[in-house]
Design a protein around this ligand. Structure first.
Ligand code: ZN
Ligand code: ZN
Length: 87
């Protein structure tokens, strides 16, 4: 037995990936592909997300300014994760 390790390369799979890569790079630069497609920055202000449950956070903690959505989440926030930072 020699110490040579056989490479486990599956030619068909490598070929598929190569052709996919060529598909992505073969277009002129004006054509968006999976590699170049991007959206312009949002024109809306960032939404507040409740720091407890992940729902829309319509309110902000008076002490640390983290958003929360209702009184339930406010009490959970105050008891468990409020850092009481004064902003
Ligand atoms: Zn919530
Ligand atoms: Zn807080």
């Amino acid at each position: 037995m020699s110490g040579k390790r056989t490479k486990r390369v599956f030619p068909a799979v490598a070929q598929i990936f190569y052709s996919l890569y060529q598909n992505l790079t073969g277009f002129p630069s004006t054509v968006p592909t999976y590699l170049t497609a991007q959206a312009p920055p949002s024109t809306y202000p960032p939404r507040l997300i409740c720091s407890v449950c992940g729902y829309w956070g319509h309110y902000k903690c008076r002490r640390c300014a983290l958003p929360f959505c209702d009184l339930n989440c406010e009490s959970v926030h105050a008891e468990t994760r409020c850092e009481r930072r004064v902003l």
